[in-house]
Design a protein around this ligand. Structure first.
Ligand SMILES: O=C(O)CCC(=O)C(=O)O
Ligand SMILES: [Fe+2]
Length: 297
C-alpha cells in the first residue's frame, strides 16, 4: 500500500529505538517512518513513502481485505462452527502480517519497558505499548469489528463494543508452547494468525464456561495467516502445544461496558468498581440519568 500519513512511533520513542534497531535491520515500514522523521527534524518533509512501503499505522494502509467491509458481511464470515458461534474472517493481508511481525520483533528486541500480554501468556506484546492501539486497534474495532459483531453476536454486546485489550501472543521453543483451557476477560474475542512458520498450536473450543460441558470433543480450529477467528469470550478455549517454529497471533479482547457493568465476565457478579486509567478492564461508571427539573410540573 502507498499511504503513510501517520508516524509509526511517537517521535519521542524513535531516537532510542534507532540505537537498538540499526536502520539496516528495520522493516520498510519502520525505515520509511524513520526517513520521514528525520526529514521532519531537518524541516524538509519529502515524499512520505516509497510505493512499495507498507505502513501499519493508518487505516487506509491497513490492508484489511475488502470482504471485511460490512456491505459484504452476509457472505463474509465463515462459520467454523455454527452451534458454538465461532466464525472465521479474513482480516489482514500476508504483507501486512509480515510488516507487523517485523515491528513486533523490533519492539521485542528493544529495551523499551514491556508488560505481559495477559496473566496466561509470558511472551508477546501489548499493542498500546507499541503505539498501535489508538491508530490501529480502535479504528479496527469501531469501523470493522463493531458492525460485524453487531450482526453475529447482538446478545453479547456485539453492537455496543466500547473498549478493548489488544495484544500479540508469541509461542516458540524455549518460551510459551501452549495455552491451557480458559475463558477471556472479554464479551467477544478476535484472534488473528500473523505467522510465522510453525506446526501445532491449533486453537480448541469447548462449551460456554457459564454452562460447562466436558471438553470431550473440543472443536479444533487451525490457524491461517491473515485470518481471524471470532468467538464469545465465555467460550472455553485453549491452544495445543506448538510442534515447531514460532507462532504469533493478534488477540483483541472486545468489551461492552453496557454488558459488563451489570455482569463481570470473570466472576459472573455485579462488579465492584475502582478507578483506573485508560480502558482499564472496560468497565465504566454510569452516571445516574439526569432529570430535567424544569420539565417537571
Ligand atoms: O494462543 C492463542 O492464539 C490463543 C490466545 C488466547 O486465547 C488468549 O490470549 O486469550
Ligand atoms: Fe483466550
Amino acid at each position: 500500500m502507498t499511504h503513510c500519513r501517520m508516524q509509526l512511533w511517537p517521535p519521542s520513542f524513535w531516537p532510542r529505538l534507532s540505537t537498538v534497531c540499526p536502520r539496516a535491520q528495520t522493516s520498510r515500514a519502520f525505515s520509511s517512518g524513520w526517513r520521514r522523521y528525520q526529514q521532519e527534524l531537518e524541516g524538509s518533509v519529502g515524499p512520505a513513502c516509497q510505493e512499495q512501503d507498507i505502513c501499519i499505522h493508518s487505516i487506509p494502509a491497513m490492508s484489511l481485505v475488502s470482504s471485511f467491509l460490512p456491505s459484504h458481511l452476509p457472505s463474509c464470515p465463515h462459520p467454523a462452527n455454527r452451534q458454538k458461534r465461532i466464525y472465521r474472517v479474513p482480516v489482514f493481508t500476508a504483507p501486512f502480517c509480515q510488516a507487523l511481525l517485523e515491528e513486533l520483533e523490533h519492539f521485542e528486541q528493544s529495551d523499551m519497558p514491556k508488560g505481559r500480554p495477559n496473566t496466561m501468556n509470558n511472551y508477546g506484546v501489548l499493542l498500546h505499548e507499541l503505539g498501535l492501539d489508538e491508530p490501529l486497534m480502535t479504528p479496527l474495532r469501531e469501523r470493522f469489528l463493531q458492525p460485524l459483531m453487531a450482526l453475529l453476536y447482538p446478545d453479547c454486546g456485539g453492537g455496543r463494543l466500547d473498549s478493548h485489550r489488544a495484544f500479540v501472543v508469541k509461542y516458540a521453543l524455549g518460551q510459551d508452547l501452549e495455552l491451557g483451557c480458559h475463558y477471556d476477560n472479554a464479551e467477544l474475542t478476535l484472534n488473528v494468525a500473523l505467522g510465522k512458520v510453525f506446526t501445532g498450536g491449533a486453537l480448541y473450543f469447548g462449551g460456554l464456561f457459564q454452562a460447562p460441558t466436558a471438553l470431550t470433543e473440543p472443536l479444533e480450529v487451525e490457524h491461517v495467516v491473515g485470518q481471524g477467528v471470532l468467538h464469545r469470550g465465555g467460550q472455553l478455549h485453549g491452544a495445543r502445544p506448538l510442534g515447531t517454529g514460532e507462532r504469533w497471533n493478534l488477540v483483541v479482547w472486545l468489551r461492552a461496558s453496557a454488558v459488563r457493568n451489570r455482569l463481570c465476565p470473570m466472576c459472573r457478579c455485579e462488579p465492584d468498581l475502582v478507578d483506573d486509567e485508560g480502558f482499564s478492564d472496560g468497565f465504566t461508571r454510569e452516571e445516574p440519568t439526569a432529570v430535567d427539573v424544569c420539565a417537571l410540573t
